[in-house]
Ligand binder design. Structure first.
Ligand code: ZN
Length: 65
């Protein structure tokens, strides 16, 4: 009886850990996709970049305001 309680507690712990890892990776994916869909104007050539953080005309990285 004591041993099976340990096993059940262990399985629950693993389950919570897996759920936490999945939730965390989903959040970071959302965070990065939010960054990538921001539109911005290149501060070097003035090109209006619609996707990504690097200007496709002059390879300048996004300037942080
Ligand atoms: Zn540019």
């Amino acid at each position: 009886m004591g041993l099976s309680l340990y096993i059940i507690a262990f399985v629950i712990f693993i389950f919570i850990a897996v759920v936490a890892i999945i939730a965390q990776s989903n959040n970071s994916e959302k965070y990065y996709s939010d960054l990538d869909i921001d539109e911005w104007d290149c501060h070097e050539c003035g090109y209006h970049v619609q996707v990504g953080n690097i200007c496709i005309y002059c390879n300048t990285k996004k300037h942080k305001n």
